[in-house]
Design a protein around this ligand. Sequence first.
Ligand SMILES: [Zn+2]
Length: 112
Amino acid sequence: MTLKSAYNIVLERFKRTDADIQIKLDKKTRQAIRKFKIEFVNMDKGTLAWTDFKTKTIFFDIRHCLDDKLEEVADTIIHEYAHVLAGEKAAHTRNWKQTYGKLKKSVGRISK
Ligand SMILES: [Zn+2]
């Protein structure tokens, strides 16, 4: 599976009409994220994703993104986006937690 097709499959999961989760990012967040590449790889068990600031790449575990519940995948995406916004030094400090908390609000449940 190529990276591009993996990316599209993950996006499709969020776009499906029966998906009840959506991520709506504000402009500032989208611009920050756009500076990073997104790659799907097979990670060690227990690791879902990580952000590499040196290469400006966000790595996601491909099986997690394709197989796990959409709300868990959305949470992983938001987690990594918070790293991008908060910066490398923030790690999982309060600064990161605040950013994550704000981003969490962009994950919406679509009522049916
Ligand atoms: Zn983290």
